[in-house]
Design a protein around this ligand. Structure first.
Ligand code: PRP
Ligand code: URA
Length: 209
């Protein structure tokens, strides 16, 4: 699928393996989420346009590239997406941050939106939606629906672990959106958890279970 990018970097693979381990505690888990967001963000932003500017080094005047183009918005899906924000801000400190609140019903697995606040001029921004888990795809599909409804056009999504079912559903719903995946897992189980996955990302980041 043209718009899906799978990460191949050994550092990303290693860190995802460390995240998966049941024995990894909250503190280390959070750090890994942040580090993986930096590494994935580096890959996802590789096509940012640049323009040349004149600068002066201690040696001479020169023309050199800087990032050009649109301003950025990072949009985590609450709660677990919050864990990826600091990593993205380390790459692009000037980015604005929006929030989309969504929780999955435990029985039906259908996402329920409960909050949405996006930065102004969203239609002019590059928007990077972050959520560690893409399971059925329902949460990410609805989040991008909402962003598009508010005028967002240039959208990328970053998920650390995805199930094939979620990738298929998402690309069908939003074929125009670039999707960056850290690891593609085997399948969903009967509770719509990703296998082998890492369990509940929100609970592991915030220590709530
Ligand atoms: C998790 C995860 C995604 C969603 C993925 O959030 O962070 O948002 O599930 O599942 P889906 O692809 O089937 O929609 P959850 O709803 O558990 O909320 P939380 O982050 O508050 O724990
Ligand atoms: N949400 C999670 O946090 N983990 C899964 O495996 C599926 C959805």
């Amino acid at each position: 699928m043209a718009n899906v990018h799978y990460m191949n970097h050994p550092l990303i693979k290693h860190k995802i393996t460390m995240m998966r381990k049941e024995s990894t505690g909250t503190n280390e888990f959070r750090k890994l989420v942040e580090e993986i967001a930096i590494l994935m963000g580096y890959e996802a932003l590789a096509d940012l346009p640049t323009r040349d500017v004149e600068i002066k080094t201690p040696i001479e005047d020169t023309v050199q590239p800087v990032i050009d183009g649109k301003k950025m918005a990072i949009v985590p899906i609450l709660r677990a997406g919050l864990g990826m924000v600091s990593g993205m801000l380390a790459l692009v400190p000037s980015a604005k941050v929006g929030h989309i609140g969504m929780y999955r019903d435990e029985e039906t697995h259908i996402p329920h939106p409960y909050y949405c606040k996006l930065p102004p001029f969203i239609e002019q921004r590059l928007i990077v939606v972050v959520d560690p888990m893409l399971a059925t795809g329902g949460s990410l599909i609805d989040a991008v629906n909402e962003i598009k409804a508010q005028g967002g056009k240039d959208i990328k999504c970053m998920c650390i672990i995805a199930a094939p079912e979620g990738v298929e559903a998402f690309t069908k719903a939003h074929p125009d959106v670039e999707l960056y995946i850290g690891a593609l897992d085997r399948c969903l189980n009967e509770k719509a958890y990703i296998c082998p996955g890492l369990g509940d990302a929100g609970d592991r980041i915030f220590g709530t279970k």
